[in-house]
Design a protein around this ligand. Structure first.
Ligand code: TXA
Ligand code: MG
Length: 340
């Protein structure tokens, strides 16, 4: 790919207009959302979508989520919307929920990775919302990281991965949630399946759905050749250069483990030091699940910046938003878990 100058833009109305125009012309742009930063292109423009796959180095069979300004537009890009989807949209849109629905032919096959479905999301971030409104196009946007690397939660992260490959990055501040949206598919008109956990939790979905199935692949490694409900489940994800190992156990057992395994270039990712200091190299990623979701990806990137080669991570609790944090970490660890 030819190296181009990548503009780092603030989120002024003037820049939003400029970016919306560029999107309509087929450029791809780093944009802020409330979950993570996305790499945006016009979802109905095959060339723009190909640029996204190429800039990320993303496998062609991994579909892109299509973002719209309002759920009322979903019928323009899908062939069927179950009643349950409208009820979920009432409660969770705009927000961190992606609903997989049968697509129509306004969504090209390149965008859907060859599937006959499309993930629809209505982001709540005001800058992203305004870009959708002004451009008037459906926006395909995967997370704006190089494929396989942790997702970006700041404009600087996107610049790091995409500088020279894309037209611009719009800075909309730190991503509020820090993990990507909850992806669901529909089992029937009362139940859904979580394909990727996020900040819209199973308990929240149960306020609207009779049954919420957690797909097996969320916590278990997909075996070679196994059929998956979402192509993203097959691929290596969220991995920094450092070797990540997840460690399950109480806080005091983890500290004892760290003291024993301390060596040069080895780091420990702990929940919180709570004002104490320890005789090993460590970073904190949060006292509760929401904090951990918010900080996880930036900590994984920082660990590479400071030259960590091996990182033992104190496992998060798996409840509610914690399930999303656990799902990302177990993948970044390549399912390598030590239980104390
Ligand atoms: O929060 C988010 O969802 C962010 C922001 C930018 O909106 N986007 C994001 O996109 O995380 P991406 O491409 O990094 O992850 C999308 C995931 C992939 O694992 C993909 O396989 C799955 O959603 N997915 C997308 N469309 C699908 C479909 N039609 N059927 C099943 N899975 C789908
Ligand atoms: Mg991604």
């Amino acid at each position: 790919m030819i190296d181009m100058e990548t503009l780092l833009l603030n989120s002024s109305e003037e820049n939003i207009q400029k970016v919306a125009y560029a999107l309509k012309k087929g450029e791809i742009i780093g944009i802020p959302t409330e979950t993570v930063y996305g790499l945006a292109g016009n979802a109905s423009d095959e060339n723009a979508v190909r640029k996204i796959f190429s800039a990320k180095g993303r496998p062609a069979d991994n579909p892109l989520i299509v973002h719209l300004a309002d759920f009322s537009q979903a019928c323009e890009y899908t062939s069927f919307i179950p009643d349950l989807a409208y009820r979920l949209a009432e409660k969770f849109c705009p927000g961190a929920l992606t609903m997989v629905l049968p697509k129509n032919d306004r969504i090209p096959m390149v965008t859907s990775g060859g599937l006959d479905t499309v993930g629809i999301r209505i982001p709540s971030h005001p800058v992203m919302h305004r870009i959708l409104e002004v451009s008037g196009v459906p926006i395909a946007a995967p997370s704006a990281n190089i494929s396989g690397y942790p997702s970006p939660t700041s404009a600087q992260h996107v610049m790091r991965d995409m500088k020279g490959k894309i037209f611009a990055v719009v800075d909309g501040g730190q991503s509020q949630y820090g993990v990507e949206s909850t992806v669901i598919s529909f089992e029937d008109n009362n139940s859904v399946r979580i394909l990727r956990p996020g900040c819209i939790t199973r308990n929240m979905l149960l306020e609207v759905c009779r049954e919420v199935i957690i797909d097996r692949a969320i916590l278990n490694e997909v075996q070679e050749g196994q059929k998956v409900s979402s192509p993203g489940m097959k691929y290596k994800h969220y991995s920094p250069k450092a070797d990540i190992i997840m460690v399950e156990g109480s806080e005091s057992d983890f500290i004892e483990f760290a003291e024993k395994h301390n060596s040069e270039h080895t780091y420990f990712l702990i929940h919180s030091a709570d004002g104490k200091t320890f005789p090993f190299r460590y970073l904190e990623y949060g006292r509760n699940s929401s904090e951990q979701a918010h900080f996880l990806f930036s900590r994984l990137r920082e660990l590479d910046d400071i030259g960590a080669e091996k990182v033992y991570v104190h496992a998060p609790v798996k409840d509610d938003v914690g399930l999303a944090v656990y799902n990302r970490l177990i993948r970044s660890a390549g399912f390598e878990v030590i239980t104390l």
